[in-house]
Design a protein around this ligand. Structure first.
Ligand code: SF4
Length: 191
């Protein structure tokens, strides 16, 4: 009698519910048993972080997704990581989040890790791939890659009918500043 094949376990770093919605289904269809990890100390301020976390928890409940929430907020680690590298901050931000994901995957016996960031056309895609591969080498946990950017609007469509919070900027204070500075400049120019 053949021994049944074991379903490989994938730890999915989730940046938000709206990027997770399609991504979870995609990896499930590839034959993985998916669990989510919430570790996003790059989201500022704290109450914004909490709103996005609550949205992710709602989605997880709806789609029956096991979800682990990293302890603490770790905002100091984020600022220490990017200090002095503000222009290149996304590299350090990805390193922080993907290293934690891979390390958790290794400790908890997952075969692989990946991130919902790969579905967003607003993120530095090549840099995410580069960082994922580098972290995989350092931790000996496989990094799974799929270019899901063409499914970004599908993912947002899935969460459209859900009454959950939608963010307006990437996450960090710098990105919030960039998002709203241009709007406030336009407002100032109005007669
Ligand atoms: S812009 Fe987004 S990805 Fe880049 S450092 Fe800020 S939160 Fe991280």
């Amino acid at each position: 009698m053949n021994t049944p094949l074991k379903t490989p376990k994938l730890l999915l770093h989730t940046c938000c519910a709206h990027c997770a919605a399609y991504t979870v289904g995609y990896w499930r269809k590839q034959g993985y048993q998916v669990a989510a990890l919430w570790y996003n100390p790059n989201i500022h301020p704290f109450m914004e972080h909490q709103q996005r976390l609550e949205a992710m928890k709602s989605l997880a409940q709806k789609i029956d997704l096991p979800m682990e929430i990293a302890e603490g907020y770790d905002v100091i680690a984020y600022f220490r990581q990017v200090a002095g590298h503000e222009a290149d901050r996304c590299r350090y931000c990805f390193q922080l989040r993907l290293s934690r994901t891979a390390e958790t995957a290794r400790q908890k016996g997952f075969e692989a890790f990946t991130t919902t960031l790969l579905i967003s056309p607003h993120q530095k895609h090549e840099l995410i791939v580069q960082t994922g591969n580098q972290v995989a080498k350092e931790t000996s946990v496989e990094f799974l890659y799929a270019d899901l950017r063409k499914r970004y609007s599908d993912s947002r469509h899935i969460t459209k009918s859900m009454d959950i919070y939608r963010q307006q900027y990437c996450g960090c204070l710098y990105s919030e500043w960039e998002r709203y500075a241009s709007t406030s400049k336009r407002e100032e120019k109005k007669p």
